[in-house]
Design a binder for this molecule. Structure first.
Ligand SMILES: O=P(O)(O)OC[C@H]1O[C@H](OP(=O)(O)OP(=O)(O)O)[C@H](O)[C@@H]1O
Ligand SMILES: O=c1cc[nH]c(=O)[nH]1
Ligand SMILES: [Mg+2]
Length: 213
Protein backbone atom coordinates (compact mmCIF):
# COMPACT_ATOMS: atom_id res chain seq x y z
CA UNK A 1 0.00 0.00 0.00
CA UNK A 2 1.30 3.45 -0.82
CA UNK A 3 1.59 5.36 2.47
CA UNK A 4 2.84 8.96 2.56
CA UNK A 5 3.43 10.82 5.82
CA UNK A 6 3.70 14.38 4.55
CA UNK A 7 6.42 15.87 6.71
CA UNK A 8 6.30 19.40 5.32
CA UNK A 9 7.23 22.16 7.83
CA UNK A 10 3.93 23.98 7.28
CA UNK A 11 1.98 20.80 8.00
CA UNK A 12 4.02 19.96 11.09
CA UNK A 13 3.59 23.50 12.41
CA UNK A 14 -0.18 23.55 11.83
CA UNK A 15 -0.67 20.07 13.26
CA UNK A 16 1.31 21.13 16.33
CA UNK A 17 -1.12 24.01 16.82
CA UNK A 18 -4.07 21.60 16.49
CA UNK A 19 -2.75 19.37 19.28
CA UNK A 20 -2.94 22.06 21.97
CA UNK A 21 -5.46 21.40 24.75
CA UNK A 22 -8.21 24.01 24.83
CA UNK A 23 -7.96 24.99 21.15
CA UNK A 24 -11.07 26.86 20.01
CA UNK A 25 -13.55 25.48 17.50
CA UNK A 26 -12.70 28.32 15.12
CA UNK A 27 -8.97 27.67 15.23
CA UNK A 28 -9.33 23.88 14.93
CA UNK A 29 -11.65 24.24 11.95
CA UNK A 30 -9.38 26.72 10.17
CA UNK A 31 -6.31 24.57 10.69
CA UNK A 32 -8.13 21.38 9.58
CA UNK A 33 -8.97 23.12 6.30
CA UNK A 34 -5.44 24.42 5.82
CA UNK A 35 -3.78 21.03 6.45
CA UNK A 36 -6.36 19.38 4.18
CA UNK A 37 -5.38 21.75 1.36
CA UNK A 38 -1.70 20.89 1.81
CA UNK A 39 -2.47 17.14 1.85
CA UNK A 40 -4.48 17.59 -1.36
CA UNK A 41 -1.48 19.22 -3.02
CA UNK A 42 0.62 16.16 -2.14
CA UNK A 43 -2.03 13.59 -3.06
CA UNK A 44 -2.59 15.07 -6.53
CA UNK A 45 1.08 15.24 -7.53
CA UNK A 46 0.69 12.31 -9.91
CA UNK A 47 -2.23 13.71 -11.92
CA UNK A 48 -1.30 13.76 -15.56
CA UNK A 49 -1.41 16.89 -17.67
CA UNK A 50 -1.78 17.45 -21.40
CA UNK A 51 -0.65 20.32 -23.56
CA UNK A 52 -3.18 22.86 -24.66
CA UNK A 53 -2.67 25.52 -27.33
CA UNK A 54 -4.15 28.83 -26.27
CA UNK A 55 -4.10 32.47 -27.21
CA UNK A 56 -2.21 34.36 -24.53
CA UNK A 57 -1.96 38.10 -23.98
CA UNK A 58 1.22 38.25 -26.10
CA UNK A 59 0.25 35.65 -28.70
CA UNK A 60 -0.24 31.90 -29.01
CA UNK A 61 1.37 29.59 -26.43
CA UNK A 62 1.22 26.08 -25.04
CA UNK A 63 0.00 25.55 -21.47
CA UNK A 64 -0.72 22.47 -19.32
CA UNK A 65 -4.17 21.22 -18.40
CA UNK A 66 -5.08 18.32 -16.13
CA UNK A 67 -5.86 15.33 -18.34
CA UNK A 68 -9.54 14.41 -18.01
CA UNK A 69 -9.09 12.95 -14.50
CA UNK A 70 -12.47 13.11 -12.84
CA UNK A 71 -12.15 13.49 -9.11
CA UNK A 72 -14.76 12.97 -6.46
CA UNK A 73 -14.08 14.06 -2.90
CA UNK A 74 -15.55 11.67 -0.32
CA UNK A 75 -15.94 13.32 3.10
CA UNK A 76 -16.89 10.89 5.85
CA UNK A 77 -19.59 12.44 8.06
CA UNK A 78 -19.31 14.10 10.30
CA UNK A 79 -15.68 15.06 10.95
CA UNK A 80 -14.65 14.76 7.28
CA UNK A 81 -16.70 17.89 6.57
CA UNK A 82 -14.07 19.85 8.46
CA UNK A 83 -11.50 19.04 5.77
CA UNK A 84 -13.82 19.54 2.80
CA UNK A 85 -13.41 23.34 2.36
CA UNK A 86 -9.61 22.99 2.18
CA UNK A 87 -9.81 20.21 -0.41
CA UNK A 88 -12.35 22.17 -2.47
CA UNK A 89 -10.09 25.23 -2.37
CA UNK A 90 -7.56 23.13 -4.35
CA UNK A 91 -10.06 21.28 -6.60
CA UNK A 92 -13.06 23.61 -6.87
CA UNK A 93 -14.76 21.68 -9.68
CA UNK A 94 -14.70 18.27 -7.95
CA UNK A 95 -17.94 16.38 -7.37
CA UNK A 96 -18.58 15.51 -3.74
CA UNK A 97 -19.76 12.04 -2.68
CA UNK A 98 -20.88 12.07 0.95
CA UNK A 99 -20.85 8.98 3.17
CA UNK A 100 -21.96 8.84 6.78
CA UNK A 101 -20.43 6.40 9.26
CA UNK A 102 -20.17 6.59 13.01
CA UNK A 103 -18.19 4.40 15.38
CA UNK A 104 -20.14 2.64 18.08
CA UNK A 105 -18.41 3.86 21.25
CA UNK A 106 -18.47 0.40 22.89
CA UNK A 107 -17.66 -1.97 20.04
CA UNK A 108 -15.70 0.61 17.97
CA UNK A 109 -17.38 -0.86 14.88
CA UNK A 110 -18.61 1.65 12.27
CA UNK A 111 -22.33 2.03 11.64
CA UNK A 112 -23.10 3.28 8.13
CA UNK A 113 -26.08 5.66 7.96
CA UNK A 114 -25.71 7.64 4.73
CA UNK A 115 -24.40 7.20 1.18
CA UNK A 116 -24.87 9.63 -1.69
CA UNK A 117 -22.28 9.05 -4.40
CA UNK A 118 -21.94 10.99 -7.61
CA UNK A 119 -22.29 9.23 -10.98
CA UNK A 120 -19.68 7.25 -12.95
CA UNK A 121 -17.67 6.25 -9.91
CA UNK A 122 -15.81 3.71 -12.07
CA UNK A 123 -14.18 6.59 -14.01
CA UNK A 124 -13.21 8.70 -11.03
CA UNK A 125 -10.37 9.09 -8.58
CA UNK A 126 -11.96 9.09 -5.10
CA UNK A 127 -10.32 11.26 -2.43
CA UNK A 128 -11.63 10.11 0.94
CA UNK A 129 -11.26 12.79 3.61
CA UNK A 130 -11.49 12.19 7.36
CA UNK A 131 -9.30 13.70 10.10
CA UNK A 132 -8.74 10.44 11.97
CA UNK A 133 -7.68 6.94 10.91
CA UNK A 134 -7.84 5.03 14.23
CA UNK A 135 -8.81 1.33 14.13
CA UNK A 136 -9.56 1.79 10.37
CA UNK A 137 -12.99 0.17 10.71
CA UNK A 138 -14.55 3.31 9.21
CA UNK A 139 -12.06 3.48 6.35
CA UNK A 140 -12.35 -0.23 5.46
CA UNK A 141 -16.17 0.10 5.33
CA UNK A 142 -15.91 3.26 3.19
CA UNK A 143 -13.52 1.66 0.71
CA UNK A 144 -15.85 -1.39 0.56
CA UNK A 145 -18.69 1.01 -0.33
CA UNK A 146 -16.70 2.81 -3.01
CA UNK A 147 -15.45 -0.41 -4.60
CA UNK A 148 -19.01 -1.79 -4.62
CA UNK A 149 -19.92 1.32 -6.65
CA UNK A 150 -17.16 0.48 -9.17
CA UNK A 151 -14.43 2.79 -7.93
CA UNK A 152 -10.94 1.56 -8.84
CA UNK A 153 -8.68 4.45 -7.87
CA UNK A 154 -8.96 5.44 -4.22
CA UNK A 155 -6.84 7.74 -2.05
CA UNK A 156 -7.41 8.66 1.59
CA UNK A 157 -6.39 11.94 3.24
CA UNK A 158 -6.09 12.01 7.05
CA UNK A 159 -4.74 14.47 9.58
CA UNK A 160 -3.57 11.71 11.95
CA UNK A 161 -3.26 7.94 11.51
CA UNK A 162 -2.58 5.19 14.05
CA UNK A 163 -0.15 2.34 13.23
CA UNK A 164 -2.84 -0.23 14.18
CA UNK A 165 -5.27 1.23 11.62
CA UNK A 166 -2.63 1.48 8.92
CA UNK A 167 -1.83 -2.23 9.32
CA UNK A 168 -5.53 -3.09 9.09
CA UNK A 169 -6.25 -1.03 5.96
CA UNK A 170 -3.15 -2.40 4.27
CA UNK A 171 -4.34 -5.95 4.92
CA UNK A 172 -7.89 -5.23 3.68
CA UNK A 173 -7.22 -2.84 0.76
CA UNK A 174 -3.53 -2.78 -0.23
CA UNK A 175 -4.38 -1.08 -3.54
CA UNK A 176 -5.38 2.28 -2.03
CA UNK A 177 -3.10 5.22 -1.21
CA UNK A 178 -2.92 6.96 2.16
CA UNK A 179 -1.70 10.52 2.75
CA UNK A 180 -1.47 11.62 6.35
CA UNK A 181 -0.03 14.61 8.17
CA UNK A 182 1.22 12.33 10.97
CA UNK A 183 1.58 8.70 11.94
CA UNK A 184 1.08 8.78 15.70
CA UNK A 185 2.11 6.32 18.44
CA UNK A 186 -0.85 4.08 19.22
CA UNK A 187 -4.51 3.74 20.19
CA UNK A 188 -5.64 3.98 23.81
CA UNK A 189 -8.12 1.54 25.41
CA UNK A 190 -11.05 3.59 24.03
CA UNK A 191 -9.76 3.47 20.45
CA UNK A 192 -8.52 7.08 20.51
CA UNK A 193 -5.23 7.99 18.87
CA UNK A 194 -2.30 9.02 21.13
CA UNK A 195 -1.11 11.69 21.14
CA UNK A 196 -3.73 12.43 18.48
CA UNK A 197 -6.16 15.31 18.44
CA UNK A 198 -8.90 14.05 20.75
CA UNK A 199 -12.38 13.78 19.23
CA UNK A 200 -12.00 15.55 15.91
CA UNK A 201 -15.76 15.64 15.20
CA UNK A 202 -16.49 17.30 18.52
CA UNK A 203 -13.69 19.81 18.00
CA UNK A 204 -14.83 20.74 14.49
CA UNK A 205 -18.50 21.07 15.41
CA UNK A 206 -18.11 22.43 18.94
CA UNK A 207 -20.04 19.60 20.56
CA UNK A 208 -19.21 17.99 23.88
CA UNK A 209 -15.77 16.60 24.56
CA UNK A 210 -15.00 13.57 26.67
CA UNK A 211 -11.79 12.99 28.58
CA UNK A 212 -10.44 10.01 26.68
CA UNK A 213 -7.12 9.11 28.24
O1 LIG B 1 -10.70 4.34 12.40
P1 LIG B 1 -11.89 4.21 13.26
O2 LIG B 1 -11.63 3.46 14.55
O3 LIG B 1 -13.09 3.68 12.55
O4 LIG B 1 -12.23 5.68 13.78
C1 LIG B 1 -12.16 6.81 12.98
C2 LIG B 1 -13.50 7.44 12.80
O5 LIG B 1 -13.96 7.98 14.05
C3 LIG B 1 -14.28 9.35 13.89
O6 LIG B 1 -15.60 9.53 13.53
P2 LIG B 1 -16.79 9.30 14.58
O7 LIG B 1 -17.24 7.88 14.56
O8 LIG B 1 -16.42 9.88 15.89
O9 LIG B 1 -17.97 10.12 13.93
P3 LIG B 1 -18.18 11.70 13.83
O10 LIG B 1 -17.29 12.15 12.71
O11 LIG B 1 -19.62 11.82 13.52
O12 LIG B 1 -17.80 12.32 15.14
C4 LIG B 1 -13.36 9.78 12.79
O13 LIG B 1 -13.75 10.99 12.19
C5 LIG B 1 -13.39 8.62 11.86
O14 LIG B 1 -14.47 8.63 10.95
O1 LIG C 1 -8.58 9.62 18.17
C1 LIG C 1 -9.68 9.55 17.61
C2 LIG C 1 -10.22 8.32 17.18
C3 LIG C 1 -11.43 8.31 16.55
N1 LIG C 1 -12.10 9.47 16.38
C4 LIG C 1 -11.58 10.66 16.78
O2 LIG C 1 -12.22 11.71 16.59
N2 LIG C 1 -10.40 10.67 17.40
MG1 LIG D 1 -16.42 11.76 16.61
Amino acid sequence: MKLVEVRHPLIRHKLGLMRRAGISTKEFRELAGEVAALLTYEATKDLQTVEEHIEGWAGPLVVQRIKGAKITIVPILRAGLGMLPGVLDMIPAAKVSVVGLQRDEQTLKPIAYYEKLTGRMDERIALIVDPMLATAGTLVATVDMLKAAGCKHIKGLFLVAAPEGLRRIEAAHPDIEIYTAAIDERLNEHGYILPGLGDAGDKIFGTKQFPVS
